[in-house]
Design a protein around this ligand. Structure first.
Ligand code: AVI
Length: 345
C-alpha cells in the first residue's frame, strides 16, 4: 500500500486526508477513492485499503495507539534515536537536504535537527494544510534551515520531487516502519522510486519493525484497552460516510494477529452474525465469521530489510537496533549502479 501517519508521522495520512473528504467531493480523486472502496467490498475476500483507517478520528486513534504499553514500535524507534543519535548523525553527515516522507506534524524530524543540521528541510504529506501549520511553527524555531513543505501523495508509483528541492545530498527520512504497510513488492517499487530521486550522493534513513515472538505482536495489534479495535472498526464508520454504507459497527469484531507464514501482522473485521450491508451502488451479504481484511504490517528480518534496500539500489551503511532486536533504524546510501558485463538487470 501506501503512506502512513503520526506518532504523528503519516503515510496513510496521505491518502487518508484525501479519503476523509471524499464523501462530498466529486473530484476525480474522490471518485477514484470511492470506486476503490466499492471494489474492495465486492471482492471475493472483502478488503478495505488501510489508507481508509486514517480519517480525522482514525488519525487520533493511531496517535493513542502509539501511547499504548503494548505498541512498542514508536517507543523503541525513539529510544534508538535517543541512544544512537550522535552516531547516526556522524554517519549521515550534516548539511543534507532532509526529505521527510509522511511528515505529519514534523516532530520526529525536528527532534533530529540539532544533530543533523540539515541545509534544507522538505516535509512531504498529502495533508497540505496540516503540514503548512506545522512548518510555520518550525520556521520560528529553526530560522536558519530553509524549509519547503510539499503537499503530495507519494504512495503511488509516479511521484516526483519538484526542482525547488535541492539536488545535493538528498537524505530521505522514512521512520515509523510505514514501509511495513506496503506488500514487499510495493515496498521495493517505492524504494526504487526513492532511489531514483536520490542522486549519487543521497541516501535514506528508515525505521523498520523486525520479526519477533508472536505473543508480542499479537498484543501490540490487539491491545487490552481496545484502542486498536476502535481504530480498525472506525474504518466502517468511514465507509458509511464515504459510500453511504449502512455497516452496523457493533456487529463486527476486531481481529489483529501475527501470521508467521506470511511474516506480517494482519488486521481484519469479522462479522459477529450474518450481515446484509448496502451502500450507494452495491450491497453484500456477509456470513457470520466472514472477514474484511483491513491492513497488513510486514515484519522484516534484519537481513531481509537490508536485502530489500540493496535490491532497490541502496547499500546499507549503518544499522542500529535496540537491545531486544525488535526494531531497526537503517541508513543506506545510493549505491553506484554497475555498468558493463557484470551488471545485473
Ligand atoms: C502506521 N503503521 C506503521 C502502523 C503499523 O504498525 O503497521 C499502523 C497500525 N496498525 C495497527 N496499529 C498500528
Amino acid at each position: 500500500m501506501l503512506n502512513q501517519p503520526t506518532d504523528a508521522q503519516s503515510t496513510s495520512d496521505a491518502a487518508a486526508g484525501a479519503a476523509a473528504n471524499a464523501a462530498l467531493d466529486t473530484s476525480a480523486e474522490a471518485l477514484r477513492l470511492r470506486a476503490e472502496l466499492d471494489a474492495g467490498l465486492r471482492a471475493r475476500h472483502a478488503c478495505i485499503s488501510p489508507k481508509f483507517l486514517y480519517d480525522a478520528l482514525g488519525s487520533r486513534l493511531f496517535e493513542a495507539i502509539c501511547e499504548l504499553p503494548e505498541y512498542y514500535p514508536t517507543r523503541t524507534e525513539a529510544a534508538i534515536f535517543a541512544r544512537h543519535g550522535g552516531e547516526i548523525a556522524r554517519a549521515v553527515g550534516t548539511g543534507a537536504t532532509l526529505i521527510d516522507l509522511g511528515a505529519g506534524n514534523c516532530a520526529k524530524a525536528a527532534s533530529l535537527f540539532p544533530l543533523l543540521h540539515p541545509f534544507q528541510y522538505v516535509p512531504v504529506d498529502i495533508s497540505a494544510d496540516f503540514l503548512q501549520d506545522a512548518v510555520e511553527r518550525l520556521r520560528q524555531r529553526f530560522r536558519h534551515i530553509e524549509m519547503n513543505a510539499l503537499g503530495m501523495d507519494f504512495s503511488g508509483g509516479d511521484w516526483q520531487l519538484p526542482d525547488t528541492v535541492r539536488h545535493e545530498r538528498r537524505l530521505f527520512f522514512y521512520p515509523g516502519s510505514s514501509i511495513g504497510n506496503f506488500t514487499p513488492d510495493e515496498a521495493l517499487a517505492f524504494l526504487r522510486r526513492v532511489r531514483a530521486q536520490c542522486g549519487p550522493d543521497g541516501g535514506i534513513l528508515i525505521g523498520i519493525d523486525l520479526a519477533k515472538e508472536s505473543a508480542v505482536l499479537d498484543a501490540a495489534y490487539d491491545d487490552a484497552l481496545g484502542v486498536t479495535a476502535a481504530f480498525n472498526l472506525n474504518v466502517l464508520r468511514h465507509a458509511n460516510r464515504l459510500l453511504g454504507a449502512d455497516f452496523d459497527i457493533r456487529a463486527w469484531r476486531h481481529r489483529g494477529f501475527y501470521n508467521e507464514r506470511e511474516g506480517r501482522v494482519e488486521m481484519h473485521l469479522e462479522a459477529r452474525t450474518v450481515q446484509q450491508v448496502s451502500w450507494r451502488g452495491g450491497s453484500r451479504r456477509f456470513e457470520a465469521g466472514e472477514c474484511i481484511h483491513t491492513e497488513n504490517s510486514y515484519k522484516y528480518r534484519p537481513g531481509g530489510a537490508v536485502g530489500l534496500l540493496e535490491q532497490a539500489g541502496f547499500a546499507a551503511a549503518g544499522v542500529w537496533s535496540d537491545a531486544r532486536g525488535w526494531f531497526a533504524v537503517i541508513h543506506a546510501r545510493a549505491a553506484v549502479p554497475m555498468i558493463g558485463p557484470g551488471a545485473m538487470h
